[in-house]
Every structure is written in C-alpha cells, then in structure tokens.
Write a protein that binds this ligand. Structure first.
Ligand code: NAD
Length: 465
C-alpha cells in the first residue's frame, strides 16, 4: 500500500485478477470441501492461540471464544461441507406451456472474488464466517479484519492465506485508509459488517464498479417483555444475551421495554441474574469481557452520566483495564443518547410502558432493528407484536439464539443492512443463481414466429399472460 498525492492506492495489495483466476481451482465440490476442512482442522489445532488473541482484544473467556467465535466458524464450515452437494446441485424448475418441451434449471455459480470487511466485536467469527460462505460458493476471498482487534487480526493475517491456499485467499490489514484503497479495487461482491456510517462509504465505493454488496449493520434491537412473560426465565435470558462479550454484540438486546405492572419485578430479577452470572464483583468474573478500547469506555461512561436514569444499578468503570460493569439504567430520560443510539456495551436501559402498542408503533416508525426479542407466554400476543414491528430477525422467549440455527438467514433490513448469510442463505448470497433453459431443436412449429396469423395470435395470448 502506498499513498499518492491525493488518493491512496493499493500497490502491494491483493492481486485480484490472480485470485479471480485462482477460484477455478475450487470449482469442484471436493476441492471446496478440502479447503474448508483445512480451515476447521487449523482452527481446532490453534484454538488456544486464537482464544489468547480474543482474550487480549476483548477479554473473552475461553468458553465464549469457542462458542461464539472459533467453534461457531467450525460449525458453519462443517455445515457447509455437509450440504455442498445439495446446495450446488442445479435446481430444476417447472416449465410453462410456452417453453415446453425443455428443461429449466437454476445453477448456482461462483461470482469470482469476494471482499470481506469485518468489525472488531467478533473479530474472528465476522471475518471467517463470511469467508466460509464465499468459499463454499466457489469464490476466492480477500479478508480485511478489523484493526481495532489487533491480536486476532494479526493471527488471521499470519495463517489464513496458507490455510485456505494463497491461490484463493489474501488478507489485507489496516484501518480506514487501507480499507478505502482496497474498496477502490474491482471485486465481485463486497461483504461488509460494521456500523452504518462506514456501510454508506462501502456502498458508494461499490457503486463505482457496480459491485453487489451485503451490509450487515447494527441498530437498537429491543427486548419487549409482556406482563404475561415468565419473568425469571426472561431476566436470565436477557442478562445472558446482553452481557455476553460485555454487550458488544450487534444483536444484543439493546434495551428492555416492559409492561409497567411487571417492571419492578423484572428489574429486580435482572439485577439478581447479573449477580448470579458474574458474582458480586463482575470485574473478577472469568466469564465477563472487556471493552475494546479506551474510546468506547469513555463513550459508555458518557452514556451513563447523561442518561438521566431514575436509578443506575452498577455503573463502575475502570478505564485502565477497560472494564465497564454490567449496568441497569432504570427509566432513562427519553431524550437521552442512551435511548437514541445503539449502546454496544453493557448498559441495559429498562423502560416501563403503559401502552405497549403505542411504543411498538413508535419503534416501527424508526430505523428497522437487526433483531427483536419478544417475551410472552401467549403465542398470539407474540405473533401480534412480530406482525406490528419489522426487524431483521426475531426470537420469541430468548435472545441471540437465532445465530445457533444454521438455516435461519442472518441479516438486517433498512438501517440494519441488507442481504443475509449463514447456512444456505450465505451460499446463495455469494453465488450467482444462473438461469439456464435448454430446449430441443425439434419440434419447432412455424406458428410461434412472425408473421402471426389469427390462430397464432390467439394461441400466444392464451399461453402467455
Ligand atoms: P469497525 O470500526 O471495526 O469497522 C468495521 C470495518 O470497517 C473495519 O474493518 C474498518 O477497518 C472499516 N472501516 C472503518 N472506517 C472506515 C472508512 N472510513 N472507510 C472504509 N472502511 C472503514 O467496526 P464498527 O463499525 O465500530 O462495528 C460496530 C458496528 O457493527 C455496530 O453498529 C454493530 O451493530 C455492527 N455489527 C453488525 C453485525 C452484523 O452482523 N449485522 C455484527 C457485528 C457488528
């Protein structure tokens, strides 16, 4: 990478034409499977090394490092391998009378070179899971991990090209400038995960080459708790989903909206669940992570200070160790920043509402959240809420668990992004679904071609439209 006077250009960056040609090497299912298996074996063999990097970047426990990062990627890869034959098989479609006789098929074909731009919060998962989808679909890949998770980024750079093969994989590291230069290249798909501000930059860069993009963005995913919910289980599942990775999860429940009659009970239960999970002093818990950097610690500290909450439960911060205590903000000021921006940290506002429907309508008018969590013991009530408010994905009576289901496409809508992946959705997203119609040359009735007589006209009218 070098700088010219006005615009940085990638001069030592990935050789995209070489990678595009390299993708020919993984046309066969067997070759794709082999490369994916190599990745799985590598991750298993180097689990401790990756866990250490994740602990250094985010204070992740070995358990979280496995379940949400290393093991998650292995699971995605194994699932893809097991289904490759089925996914790649041409999909036969029915022929309308006008196109008979013949054979119509949709054939998934590789797109070429996929550029994966990843964020820092799940620095391994969000760099490698899209790469797995790209590879399964038969593409070469350029991975740009986040500079804000330097230990994990360095490991990806050191190992990935050799593990997957330098013919089909390259890794570029660096910050905004390097990424901008990288995005000026002509890729066949750009797969970006991160915030909406950069998402817009990515889309603009992609427009130059008409490159398709997938944007996996964020947003304020609400947890909506109805008065008929099982409050003990609800509290436990909200605490689990909120404070995993110290709240730095794109689909974490951002805030809780609860019907007023059960608000105090729920708050008390959340408080005791936090203590049960992380002890009296969560800074000593081996299962509680750290904030990515000082800038975000400061941001979260400001959010607490300006929240105008009626009560702050928790709130201890140690900038030196990037520790922010799991914190409940009871009834923050409705105009505060903590209620208007994605929190992306371990602060949990709890808002009691008298008229849940009115609150749901106001969520619907705002940016579409990436996820929504509804807690109710009534299926009808939960369904009515899901119908009223759109979101990228939704879970009834749990949090985050949508990610464990390979066949649930994962992605947002509107402000939370577009395009989904995981399982077959990822394979389809990074394939071109090519339509192929094959016809025999005979019969070839003359009547189907101009000049159209009266019979031909009436036949064509009946067979089309
Ligand atoms: P980040 O700062 O790590 O940025 C993401 C990527 O964009 C990095 O690789 C970075 O190098 C690159 N980048 C930064 N500035 C750039 C610029 N000016 N031009 C080009 N590239 C640039 O991550 P972030 O944006 O802080 O990530 C947090 C956000 O990501 C949150 O909003 C979160 O909700 C969202 N997120 C979404 C998902 C999802 O799957 N939908 C997952 C994780 C995070």
């Amino acid at each position: 990478m070098t700088m010219t006077s006005d615009r940085p250009t990638v001069t030592t960056g990935p050789d995209i034409e070489r990678l595009r040609a390299g993708a020919d090497a993984i046309r066969s299912i067997g070759e794709r499977s082999d490369r994916l298996r190599r990745l799985e074996e590598h991750l298993r063999a180097h689990e401790a090394e990756y866990a250490e990097a994740l602990a250094s970047d985010l204070g992740k426990s070995a358990t979280e490092a496995w379940s949400t990062e290393i093991g998650f990627v292995i699971g995605q890869s194994r699932y893809a391998r097991r289904h490759l034959r089925e996914w790649t098989r041409p999909r036969r479609v029915a022929l309308p009378a006008v196109a008979r006789p013949g054979r119509a098929r949709v054939i998934p074909t590789p797109v070429g070179v996929v550029c994966v731009v990843a964020p820092w919060n799940y620095p391994l998962n969000l760099a490698l899971a899209p790469a797995v989808a790209a590879l399964a679909a038969g593409n070469a890949v350029v991975v740009k991990p986040s500079e804000l998770a330097p230990a994990t980024s360095a490991l990806i750079e050191r190992h990935l090209p050799d593990v997957l093969g330098r013919d089909i994989c390259d890794v570029v590291t660096g910050g905004a400038e390097i990424t901008s230069a990288l995005l000026a290249e002509r890729f066949d798909h750009i797969f970006y995960t991160g915030g909406g501000r950069v998402g817009r930059i990515v889309m603009e860069a992609a427009a130059r080459h008409l490159t398709p993009v997938t944007l996996e963005l964020g947003g304020r995913s609400p947890a909506i708790v109805c008065s008929d919910a099982d409050l003990a289980v609800t509290a436990r599942r909200i605490v689990w989903g909120k404070f995993i990775n110290a709240g730095q999860t794109c689909v974490a429940p951002d805030h809780v909206i609860v019907e007023r009659e059960v608000a105090d009970r729920l708050t008390a239960l959340i408080r005791s669940e936090i203590e049960r999970a992380f002890g009296e002093d969560p800074s000593e818990s081996p299962d509680y992570g750290r904030i990515i950097n000082g800038h975000h610690v400061e941001r979260l500290s400001r959010l607490i200070a300006n929240s105008g909450a009626a009560e702050v439960i928790g709130g201890r911060i140690d900038p030196a160790t990037r520790y922010v205590e799991p914190t409940i903000l009871v009834e923050p000021d409705p105009t505060s920043e903590v209620l208007s921006e994605e929190i992306f940290g371990p602060l949990l506002p709890v808002l009691a509402v008298d008229d849940l429907d009115a609150t749901l309508d106001s969520i619907r008018r705002g940016p579409t959240p990436l996820a929504m969590y509804v807690f109710s013991s009534s299926d009808d009530r939960a369904r009515a809420i899901l119908e009223r408010v759109p979101s990228g994905g939704a879970v009834v009576n749990h949090t985050l668990l949508q990610l464990a289901v390979h066949e649930l496409p994962f992605g947002g809508m509107g402000e939370s992004g577009h395009g989904s992946y995981h399982g077959r959705a990822g394979f389809d997203r990074l394939s071109h679904l090519r339509s192929v119609l094959q016809r025999p040359t005979r019969p070839d009735p003359r009547i189907a071609y101009p000049p159209y007589g009266r019979v031909a006209r009436s036949l064509l009218r009946r067979l089309t439209g």
